[in-house]
Write a protein that binds this ligand. Sequence first.
Ligand code: SAH
Length: 263
Amino acid sequence: MKIKPKKSLGQNFLIDRNILKIISDNGNIKSNNTIVEIGPGSGNLTRFLIDENPKKIITIEKDKNLVKELKIKFHDKINLINDDFLKVDLNFLRNENIIFFGNLPFNISSQILIKLIKLKIEGFKIEKLILMFQKEVAERIIANHDTNQYGRLSIISQWCMNIVKIKDIKPSSFYPMPKVDSTLLSFIPKQNYLKLEKIKTLEHVTNVFFNLRRKMVRKPMNILFEDANKISEKLQINLNSRPQNISCINYYKICEEYEKLLY
Ligand code: SAH
């Protein structure tokens, strides 16, 4: 059966064997790892993952035609779930040592990442994430403060993950070729990070700040706190700076203070 890639599902299949090998090698897969591949597509990466002999491989693919293909190709070497990754309940993975892989559909890549971060916060044993993003999104994920790319996605992603850029990847490594460059990132969960009651706090606080991206942070601080001056002094935050000038760690501390008001 010939596969006609669906644009609506972000289907750009990786065809460059060198890149596929780099992705699989960066997982550093051990025999006790459960591999979860998000959007396996035609199984190009899956084949490399199988060769690493993990404990098991679970693939989650939304396109039922591709799932049929994968079943024919790999039989019982993989567990196939035909569902939307954003909707699937992953509680059955709670006791597994998981490595997630995915050449992600670009239109929902940030939502997928947020779902994975939530799993980590909920105590899932995630060893690593090896994920492909549109280059521009990857730049936002790894951005430092004082840059234009810095924003909510950087702050939320870097909260509990150490993130390393593995490689930029050209459109010619894919079929069909995407219009943009891609970047492969590796995420390793942090042992120590500033614990918050809820990730919702971080989502809310960053939302309040970055909705007022061009304004001085005095404004969002006043929205969040009755005594913004006192909190700013304690955290040494300059109220005349802009949201993109505040470091990640300061955002986490702001969240900590905000939660003190709530709980
Ligand atoms: N990993 C493959 C395919 C990447 S293309 C490769 O590198 O060759 C992205 C894949 O994600 C496609 O197979 C697409 O069908 C699938 N996909 C798109 N949206 C999805 C969703 N919400 N849940 C699961 N898979 C999805």
